[in-house]
Design a protein around this ligand. Structure first.
Ligand SMILES: O=C(O)c1ccccc1NCC(=O)[C@H](O)[C@H](O)COP(=O)(O)O
Length: 263
């Protein structure tokens, strides 16, 4: 079994539990727009992640105060905050997301492994403005159903791919936002060239491309920018940084004219 298969098996059990309880959250705010705020920016934007631990790296910063960390990200100019809400593999929680969503004025992404609408209901009720759908974790029918379910709830959706075959399935949906994960979720191998390889196959110029995972240096950010990414999703590097603002600014690059022409 791959780690992704393991995670999905655990989500199936989690969904059974969620279907038997009433939703314990009630978001105070309406979803906050994400994609439309990116278009006019002159810099590549950053989604900063709250990531306590991960299957590939083990514990990263389990003791973190997610609200304090998210406020630092917001002060740095993050476009959104990603919160890993899975407990078993990432030591996060929906409570982390709720606390962050209440504390910041930027959109919050529920970074989880969604396989059922009930998870979208919980994410929205906890205050998420964006949810993630991982193409490798879903059948084509599930992908289409969950995508439209989330959109109809007023949420934005990042559809994540890692391979050409996944992108081909996804393009039939004509999604507004595509996340290209540089990390292979089955082997953990990270290859920043994944963004260039897949972005070149995305035909619609108004599709927002997010490059996810593996950003350590400014040249990594420039590589993704030149491949067509307008947003970077960054977890571990910001979580481990002793000076978050310095690490953030190091990875913040101008959105040059080449951004669109690279595609
Ligand atoms: O990070 C992992 O080990 C991982 C393993 C299996 C499934 C998903 C995983 N990570 C989720 C993510 O996509 C990342 O947290 C996110 O893109 C940030 O990556 P990074 O900047 O490399 O922490």
């Amino acid at each position: 079994m791959t780690v992704l298969e393991n995670i999905i098996a655990s989500k199936q059990i989690e969904v059974e539990r969620l279907l038997q309880v009433s939703i314990p959250f009630h978001a105070a705010k309406q979803p906050i727009p994400f994609k439309d705020t990116i278009a006019n920016s002159s810099e590549v934007q950053i989604i900063s992640e709250i990531k306590r631990a991960s299957p590939s790296k083990g514990d990263i910063r389990t003791e973190i105060n997610p609200v304090a960390q998210a406020k630092q990200y917001e002060a740095c100019g993050a476009a959104a905050i990603s919160v890993l809400t899975d407990t078993t593999f990432f030591k996060g929680s929906m409570e982390d997301l709720q606390a962050v969503a209440e504390a910041v004025r930027i959109p919050v992404l529920c970074k989880d492994f969604i396989i059922h609408p009930i998870q979208i209901d919980h994410a929205k009720a906890a205050g998420a403005s964006i949810v993630l759908l991982i193409v490798a974790a879903l059948s084509k029918q599930q992908l289409h159903d969950l995508y439209h379910y989330a959109i109809n709830k007023g949420l934005e959706v990042i559809c994540e791919v890692h391979q050409v075959t996944e992108l081909e399935v996804l393009l039939e949906l004509n999604p507004e936002i595509i996340g290209i994960n540089n990390r292979n979720l089955k082997t953990f191998e990270v290859d920043l060239q994944t963004t260039a390889k897949l972005a070149a196959l995305i035909p619609h110029r108004d599709t927002l491309i997010i490059s996810e995972s593996g950003f350590r240096t400014r040249s990594d950010a420039i590589l993704a920018r030149d491949a067509g990414a307008e947003v970077l999703l960054i977890g571990e590097t910001l979580m481990r940084a002793t000076n978050v603002s310095k690490a953030f600014n190091e990875l913040k690059v101008a959105k040059e004219r080449s951004t669109k022409h690279a595609r």
